[in-house]
Design a protein around this ligand. Structure first.
Ligand SMILES: *[C@@H]1O[C@H](CO)[C@@H](O)[C@H](O)[C@H]1NC(C)=O
Ligand SMILES: *[C@@H]1O[C@H](CO)[C@@H](O)[C@H](O)[C@H]1NC(C)=O
Ligand SMILES: *[C@@H]1O[C@H](CO)[C@@H](O)[C@H](O)[C@H]1NC(C)=O
Ligand SMILES: *[C@@H]1O[C@H](CO)[C@@H](O)[C@H](O)[C@H]1NC(C)=O
Ligand SMILES: *[C@@H]1O[C@H](CO)[C@@H](O)[C@H](O)[C@H]1NC(C)=O
Ligand SMILES: *[C@@H]1O[C@H](CO)[C@@H](O)[C@H](O)[C@H]1NC(C)=O
Length: 928
C-alpha cells in the first residue's frame, strides 16, 4: 500500500512540474489548511494516507490528493469527498483559501456541527452538496452571497430554524434540495424569484403556513415536492402556470379548499399526489392531463359525483381516491384504462353496479371498492384477471353468487368479500388459488358446505366465513393449513365434530367455532396456542379435556379420529392428493381392521432407520436414541413448529442435546430423489460459520424424516421478544450484536460459499439465540432441500418464505434471489430494534410511493420501549443498524444493498463518534 501511494505521489508531482509556466503562486496555499482540517476529523477514511504533508509539493500543490481536482494553474476547482466515511465537522475547513472552487461535494459522510458562516466565502461555487450528513442548526443566511450556485443540496441533515429568505437571491439556482431536515417556519414568498429553478424539494420538514402564490412564477419548475410538512391553506391557482411541471407532491399536509381546476392545465404532469390533506369539493376535469400515470387523492374530504370520471388517459397506472365522500356510479369507460394496475375507491359513497368493463383491464393487480354501496352481482370474469392479487369488495350491497371462474388466478393473495349479501356456495375452484393469504367472506348468506379444496391453500393466514348459512361438516383437510393464524367459522350451521386434524394448525392465533351445531370431542390443541373457551361456545354437544368443557362419556368416536390424525401427520403438504387417496384406503381398511397405519404413507421399504448423512454418529443408534429421547416425538418435547416442520429437543446417548427438526412433508423415496437430497444435505453439513446453526445430519425413515441440528439454548428471537422480562434483559449492545451476527451469517451464505445459498425464509422464527445472545441463522438451505425432493415444481415454490418477511416483488414473481433475503433481514433487524414485527411500518415505508406521517416519528419512539434508550456510546450503532435495516426493506430489489455491503457498512461504522442529538433523529432520515 505504501509503495503504491509513493508511486502515485511521484507521478502527480512530475505532472505538475510540466506546467510551471502556467503556475501562479496564490496568496494563500490551501494545502496546509486542508491538512489541518483533515487532522481535526475523528475518522479520515482514505484521506489519512493520501492527504499528508509529504505529498504536498512546495508549490501549493495538493492537486494529487484524493478527491481534489485542479485547473491548469494549479488552483483547486473541485473537492469531491462523498462517502469517504469522514467524521468530524467543518469548523477547521479553510473556506477562505479557494478562489476558484466550483464544486464541493461532501455528501454521505458523518460530518456534523453547524455550518460555519465562512462557507459563504466560497463565492465561486456552482455546486454545493452537503446532503446525508449530520449538520444541524440554522441554514446560514449568508448562503445568499454564493450567487453563482446552480445546485444546492442540504437534504438529509438535521437543520432546523427557517428557510433563510436570502436564498432567493440565488437567481441562477436550478436545484434546491432541503428535504428531510427539521426546518420550520413559512416557505418564503421570495422563492418565487428563483426564476431558473427546476427542482424544488422541501419534503419531510416542519414547514407551516401556506404555499406562496409566487411559486407560480417558477416557469421552469419540473419537480415540486412538499410532502410531509404542516402546510395549510389552499393550493394556489397560480400553479396552473407551471407548464413544465412533471411531479406535484404535497401529500401529508393540512391543505384545504378545492383542488384548483387550473391544475388541469399542467399538460406534462406524470405524478399528482394530494393525498392525506383536508381538500374538499369535486375532483376537477383533468381531461388535458394526457401523460398522467399516477393520481392519488385519497384521504381527503372530496365530494361530488364521479359518474363522469374515469382514468384520464390510457397510460394511467394507479388511481387512489379512497377515503373521501365521492358518490355516483363508476363509469363504464373505466374499461378503457389499458394500463391501469391499481384502482382504489374504498370508503366513499359510490353506488350502482361494478362496471363489467373492469374485467377487460389486462394489467389489473389491485382493486379496492370496499365500504361503498355497490350492488348487483360481482362481474363474472373479474376473478380471472391474470395479475390480480388483491381484490377487496367487502362492505357493499353485492348480491348473487361468488363467480365460480377462478381457474386462472394463481396470483390472488387477498380476497375480501365480507359484509355483502352474497348467496350460493363457496366455489370449489378457490382451492386452486394457492397463493391466497387472506380469504374473508363473513357476513353474507352463503350456503352449502365448506369445500375441502380450501385445505390446499398452503399459504393462507386468515380464513373467515363467519355469519353465513353454511352447513355440513368441517372438512378434515382444513387441518393442513399449518400457516393459518385466524380461523373464523362462527355463526353458521356447521355440524359433526371438530376434525382432530385441527391440532396440526400450529400457527393459530385465533380460532372461533362458536354458534354452530358441532358435537363430539374437542381436539388437543397445543397448549401454547392459548385458545379461549369462547371459541367453542354455543354449540350442540362438545366434550373433551379442554378446560371448561365437560369430559366425554364414550371413547369410540375418539379412537376413530385418532387414527385419522396419525395419518394426516405424515403427508401434510405437497401431497394432498395422496392424503385423500390414502384416506379413502384407510377408511376402508380401518373398518376391516386389517392394515396398520405406518404401512400407508410410504410405498417403499420399511427398514428401521435409513440413515443418509451424519457426521460421527452411528446412524441407527442415533435414530433410536432420538426416538427414545423424544418418546416417539411426543408433543411434550416439541419446542417449536413452523410451516413445514416441528422441532423437538432431544438428549442423545452421547449426553449431548440436539435439536431435531421433523419434516411434515412427505419425501419420495425413489433413488434419484434420495440421492439429490443426500447430496444437498451433505453440502449443507459442510457449512461452518459462527452465526449459522450447524446441521449435523439427517435421517429418513418410513415414518419420520428429520434433520439434526446443534441445540441453541435461548430459542428463537421471536420467542425472546414476545416476553417482556426477556426483552428487557436483551439490551441494546446485545441487539446490535444480534443484528451484526445475523448480517455476517447471511453474508457468508451469500458471498462466502462457492455457490451462493439463498435462505428464502429469514424470519425472527429462524434466528436463534445462544446462551450469550449470539445469533444463529437456522433453516438455511431448507428451501433448496425441500425443492430438491419435490418433483412437482409449483408446490416447491410455496416454501419460499414466511408471510410478513417476504420481499414485495415475490407478489409478482416467484424468483427468489439474494435481495429477497436482504429484505427479510431488514424486517427482522427492525423487529429487533422495535421489539415487535414492524408490519405496518414496513408497508408504509415500502409502499410504492407512500409518503406518510411515519417520517416525522422520532427514532426514540420507534425503538423498543421496554428498554431505556441506548447509551451515548451505542447511539451510532443503533442509528447505523436502523439505517441499514431501512435500506434493506426498500421496495425495489436493486436499490437494496447486498449483504456484503451491509457487513462492510457495519464495519465502517464501528467507533463512529456521536455528533447527532439522538432525541431529534426522525424516521424521515432513513427514508429513501
Ligand atoms: C493515519 O495515519 C497515521 C500516520 O500518518 C497513522 O499513525 C494512523 O494509524 C492512521 N490512522 C488510521 C486510522 O489509519
Ligand atoms: C456527490 O457525489 C455523490 C457520490 O459520487 C454523487 O452521487 C452526487 O451526485 C454528487 N453530487 C453532485 C451534486 O454532483
Ligand atoms: C467572507 O465573507 C464575509 C461576509 O460574506 C466578508 O465580510 C468577508 O470579507 C469575506 N472574507 C474574505 C477573505 O473574502
Ligand atoms: C415543529 O414546529 C412547531 C412550532 O411551529 C414545534 O412546536 C414543534 O416542536 C416542531 N416539531 C419538531 C419535530 O421539531
Ligand atoms: C384542454 O385544452 C384545450 C385546448 O388547449 C382547452 O380548450 C380546454 O379548455 C382544456 N380543458 C380543460 C378542462 O382545461
Ligand atoms: C389480512 O388479514 C389480516 C387480519 O385480519 C389483516 O390485518 C391484514 O390487513 C389483511 N391483509 C390485507 C392485505 O388485506
Amino acid at each position: 500500500m505504501a509503495k503504491l501511494a509513493c508511486f502515485f505521489m511521484l507521478f502527480s508531482v512530475a505532472i505538475s512540474s510540466f506546467l510551471p509556466l502556467f503556475h501562479f503562486v496564490t496568496a494563500s496555499d490551501p494545502g496546509p489548511g486542508l491538512l489541518m482540517w483533515k487532522d481535526s476529523l475523528e475518522i479520515k477514511g482514505p484521506l489519512n494516507d493520501s492527504w499528508t504533508s509529504n505529498t504536498l509539493s512546495p508549490r501549493n500543490n495538493c492537486c494529487g490528493w484524493i478527491g481534489i481536482s485542479c485547473d491548469l494553474k494549479g488552483d483547486i476547482t473541485r473537492i469531491h469527498l462523498s462517502g469517504m466515511g469522514l467524521v468530524g465537522s467543518l469548523v477547521d475547513f479553510p473556506f477562505l483559501q479557494f478562489p476558484s472552487l466550483v464544486s464541493l461535494n461532501l455528501s454521505l459522510n458523518s460530518l456534523g456541527g453547524i455550518l460555519p458562516p465562512h462557507l459563504a466565502n466560497l463565492t465561486t461555487l456552482t455546486t454545493l452538496d452537503l446532503s446525508r450528513n449530520n449538520f444541524f442548526g440554522q441554514v446560514p443566511s449568508s448562503v445568499g452571497s454564493m450567487n453563482k450556485l446552480l445546485f444546492l443540496d442540504l437534504s438529509r441533515n438535521y437543520f432546523s430554524g427557517v428557510i433563510p429568505p436570502e436564498i432567493s437571491t440565488l437567481v441562477n439556482l436550478e436545484t434546491l434540495f432541503l428535504h428531510s431536515n427539521n426546518i420550520g417556519g413559512f416557505i418564503p414568498a421570495s422563492l418565487g424569484n428563483l426564476s431558473s429553478l427546476s427542482d424544488l424539494d422541501l419534503t419531510n420538514n416542519n414547514l407551516t403556513g401556506s404555499i406562496p402564490d409566487t411559486i407560480g412564477n417558477l416557469k421552469y419548475l419540473r419537480d415540486f415536492d412538499l410532502a410531509v410538512n404542516r402546510l395549510s391553506g389552499p393550493i394556489p391557482t397560480s400553479l396552473g402556470n407551471l407548464s413544465r411541471l412533471i411531479c406535484f407532491f404535497p401529500a401529508v399536509n393540512y391543505l384545504s379548499g378545492y383542488i384548483p381546476s387550473e391544475l388541469g392545465k399542467l399538460r406534462n404532469l406524470l405524478f399528482l399526489e394530494l393525498s392525506y390533506n383536508n381538500l374538499s369539493g369535486p375532483v376537477p376535469q383533468f381531461t388535458n392531463l394526457t401523460y398522467l400515470r399516477r393520481l392519488h387523492l385519497h384521504d381527503n374530504q372530496l365530494s361530488g359525483d364521479i359518474s363522469g370520471f374515469s382514468c384520464l388517459n390510457p397510460q394511467v397506472e394507479t388511481i387512489d381516491m379512497s377515503n373521501n365522500q365521492l358518490y355516483g356510479e363508476l363509469s363504464s369507460r373505466w374499461g378503457q384504462c389499458k394500463n391501469l394496475a391499481s384502482l382504489k375507491m374504498s370508503r366513499n359513497r359510490i353506488s350502482g353496479k361494478i362496471p363489467t368493463g373492469l374485467v377487460e383491464l389486462a394489467q389489473l393487480r389491485q382493486l379496492h371498492l370496499s365500504s361503498n354501496s355497490f350492488e348487483g352481482e360481482i362481474p363474472k370474469q373479474l376473478m380471472m384477471r391474470p395479475y390480480l392479487f388483491d381484490l377487496d369488495l367487502s362492505n357493499n350491497n353485492l348480491s348473487g353468487n361468488i363467480p365460480h371462474d377462478f381457474g386462472m388466478i394463481s396470483e390472488l393473495r387477498f380476497l375480501r368479500l365480507e359484509k355483502n349479501h352474497l348467496t350460493g356456495s363457496i366455489p370449489k375452484l378457490i382451492g386452486t388459488c394457492w397463493k391466497l393469504v387472506n380469504l374473508t367472506m363473513g357476513n353474507n348468506r352463503l350456503t352449502g358446505s365448506i369445500p375441502p379444496e380450501i385445505g390446499n391453500l398452503n399459504s393462507i393466514r386468515v380464513l373467515s366465513v363467519d355469519h353465513n348459512l353454511l352447513t355440513g361438516e368441517i372438512p378434515l383437510e382444513l387441518g393442513n393449513l399449518v400457516s393459518l393464524e385466524i380461523l373464523d367459522l362462527s355463526y353458521n350451521g356447521l355440524c359433526g365434530s371438530i376434525p382432530f386434524s385441527f391440532n396440526m394448525m400450529t400457527s393459530l392465533v385465533s380460532i372461533d367455532l362458536s354458534s354452530n351445531r358441532l358435537e363430539g370431542e374437542v381436539p388437543d390443541f397445543p397448549s401454547y396456542l392459548n385458545i379461549s373457551l369462547d371459541a367453542f361456545a354455543n354449540n350442540k354437544d362438545l366434550c373433551g379435556t379442554f378446560p371448561g368443557i365437560s369430559s366425554c362419556k364414550t371413547s369410540t368416536a375418539h379412537a376413530k379420529n385418532k387414527n385419522l390424525l396419525l395419518l394426516i401427520l405424515l403427508p401434510v403438504s405437497g401431497a394432498t392428493i395422496l392424503v385423500l387417496a390414502a384416506l379413502v384406503i384407510l377408511m376402508i381398511y380401518n373398518r376391516l381392521g386389517k392394515i396398520r397405519i405406518h404401512n400407508l404413507g410410504h410405498e417403499a421399504e420399511v427398514t428401521p432407520a435409513n440413515l443418509l448423512s451424519t457426521l460421527n454418529f452411528d446412524g441407527k443408534k442415533l435414530y433410536e436414541s432420538i426416538i427414545q429421547s423424544t418418546k416417539g416425538f411426543n408433543s411434550v418435547y416439541c419446542i417449536g413448529t413452523g410451516g413445514t416442520s416441528s422441532v423437538y429437543k432431544a438428549e442423545i446417548s452421547t449426553g449431548e442435546t440436539v435439536a431435531v427438526k421433523k419434516l411434515n412433508a412427505l419425501y419420495e423415496s425413489n433413488d434419484v430423489g434420495l440421492k439429490t437430497f443426500a447430496r444437498e444435505v451433505h453440502a449443507l453439513t459442510e457449512i461452518r460459520h459462527k452465526n449459522i446453526v450447524k446441521l449435523l445430519g439427517f435421517c429418513t425413515h418410513s415414518q419420520h424424516s428429520f434433520l439434526v441440528y446443534e441445540y441453541i439454548t435461548r430459542g428463537s428471537l421471536r420467542n425472546l421478544l414476545s416476553t417482556d422480562e426477556e426483552a428487557a434483559r436483551f439490551d441494546w449492545q446485545k441487539r446490535v450484536d444480534v443484528i451484526t451476527g445475523m448480517a455476517n451469517g447471511l453474508c457468508y451464505l451469500h458471498h462466502g460459499c462457492s455457490s451462493p445459498i439463498i435462505h428464502r425464509d429469514i424470519s425472527s422464527n429462524n434466528v436463534l439465540l445462544g446462551s450469550n445472545y449470539q445469533s444463529y441463522i437456522s433453516d438455511f438451505g431448507m428451501a433448496r432441500l425441500l425443492s430438491s425432493t419435490d418433483s412437482s415444481s409449483s408446490s416447491a415454490e410455496t416454501y419460499g418464505g414466511t408471510y410478513g418477511y417476504m420481499a414485495p416483488e415475490l407478489a409478482y414473481t416467484m424468483k427468489a434471489d439474494e435481495k429477497c433475503d436482504v429484505y427479510s433481514f431488514g424486517v427482522v433487524a427492525l423487529e429487533v430494534l422495535t421489539g415487535h414485527h414492524p408490519g405496518d411500518l414496513v408497508a408504509l415505508l415500502s409502499g410504492p410511493n407512500a409518503p406518510s406521517t411515519v417520517h416525522m416519528t422520532l427514532l426514540k419512539e420507534l425503538l423498543d420501549t421496554r428498554l431505556l434508550p441506548p447509551s451515548h456510546k451505542l447511539v451510532p450503532d443503533v442509528i447505523c443498524s436502523t439505517k441499514l435495516a431501512f435500506s434493506c426493506v426498500r421496495v425495489m430489489p436493486e436499490s437494496r444493498p447486498s449483504m456484503l455491503q451491509v457487513c462492510q457498512e457495519f464495519e465502517s461504522y464501528k467507533r463512529m463518534a456521536v455528533l447527532v442529538d439522538f432525541n431529534a433523529v426522525s424516521i424521515g432520515h432513513f427514508y429513501d
